[in-house]
Ligand binder design. Structure first.
Ligand code: SF4
Length: 379
């Protein structure tokens, strides 16, 4: 499906990115003008429009620009202006609030963890840390539908983006189809990160039926040897077989806007991006390498000199399977957490004294006083 005439650009968060949209800056601008009567947040839309005027004038002092991946998402919503209007505002907040240090009642995105358990042991992942992944240490489990439902009920209408991911493989939760069905038409950007090993027809149908915006498939390398070296316990043939299944089911949903992305974490020279495009491009809309953070050693990384504030504190929050709410998954053992969703709502956590103190320390260049932020390079 990936079109050879399309775009490859380095983007924030991506080490390499290939997408198959053909949207121009001019088309974006015209569409934004058209959205004027459709958005609730007129001020933000005008800021984006003004920024695009600057871009189209060839000047570089614009305040906001959709990157190539955003454009792919944008292009999928062209026929649904109501949703596109919501998407544009959400994307602006997600990308500029960390820069402008804006905190509203809710974060732009919430990551929900259906399972902390994983069936793989990828070399760069905290699942290799037995103090975390060994059953006896109490970190492993699956989110119950009742908890999930309460979270979604709070977020509906307040948050536009939900990601099913975090420390484990979301598809191992046997209620995932129920979770997806419960989210139908409630959010503009639902994303699932998966190794795809547990895909079946029922789940594939639920993904397309519920208009999941993006399915990110962890694929890392385009050949059996390198894939299985990185994705330990993964099986390359099974990955390809399940990608084919996904594609077959997708054909049944002719109106689906779901973007499928093959994604890898670039950790070795043996991961050939050109080959990734060749092997996975026929099943997907996008192929990417994302930036690597040393998650497998979060608690032992040396203090670094990073002075910039961490963007996660302004753009998203994580809810683990058991209701623990944490600022990030680099801190996979929740040292930074002070809250559980069973006692406190997302709104109160996001605006809590604890969260504001964390933000203040990051802004005051004191992240070296916070563990494990002091060894983390995320900005
Ligand atoms: S700096 Fe790292 S450890 Fe600290 S909140 Fe950000 S991602 Fe988490």
């Amino acid at each position: 499906m990936v079109n050879q005439n399309n775009n490859e650009f380095l983007q924030a968060g991506f080490e390499k990115l290939f997408t198959n949209h053909d949207l121009t800056e001019n088309q974006i601008y015209e569409k934004l003008i058209h959205l004027r009567k459709k958005v609730d947040n007129q001020d933000i839309l005008e800021k984006i429009i003004n920024s695009y005027k600057v871009i189209l004038n060839g000047e570089s002092n614009h305040i906001f620009r959709f990157n190539e991946y955003d454009k792919l998402e944008f292009s999928k919503l062209l026929d649904d202006e109501k949703k596109l209007a919501r998407y544009v505002i959400y994307r602006y907040k997600y990308k500029t609030y960390p820069q402008d240090k804006i905190v509203e009642d809710y974060p732009p995105c919430v990551q929900i963890e259906p399972a902390s358990v994983c069936n793989f042991r990828c070399v760069m992942c905290y699942q290799t840390d037995k103090t975390f992944s060994s059953k006896k240490n109490g970190f492993m489990g699956f989110m119950k539908f009742e908890l999930f439902k309460r979270i979604i009920d709070e977020l509906e209408g307040n948050v536009e983006a939900i990601t099913f991911a975090s420390r484990g493989e979301p598809t191992l939760n046997k209620d995932l189809v129920k979770f997806l069905d419960y989210c139908k038409d409630k959010f503009v950007a639902i994303k699932i990160n998966s190794n795809l090993s547990n895909l079946n027809e029922e789940l594939a149908e639920a993904i397309f039926r519920n208009n999941v915006q993006t399915l990110v498939i962890s694929s890392d390398a385009p050949d059996k040897v390198n894939y299985e070296k990185i994705r330990v316990k993964g099986n390359f043939e099974k990955l390809l077989k399940n990608m084919e299944l996904l594609l077959d089911i997708k054909k049944k949903f002719s109106n689906t806007n779901t973007i499928i992305r093959a994604s890898g974490v670039k950790i070795s020279e043996n991961q050939d991006f050109e080959k990734m495009k060749e092997v996975y491009g026929k099943y997907t809309d996008s192929v990417a390498f994302v930036n690597y953070l040393p998650w497998e050693s979060s608690y032992t990384n040396k203090i670094n000199n990073e002075m910039n504030a961490c963007s996660d504190l302004w753009k998203r929050i994580f809810v683990w399977y058991d209701g623990v709410v944490n600022p990030c998954d680099y801190d996979y053992k929740s040292i930074l957490s002070k809250f559980n969703y069973n006692q406190t709502d997302i709104k109160d956590i996001w605006n809590s004294k604890h969260y504001n103190e964390l933000r203040k320390k990051h802004l005051n260049k004191q992240r070296s006083e916070i563990y494990p932020c002091k060894g983390c390079t995320n900005t």
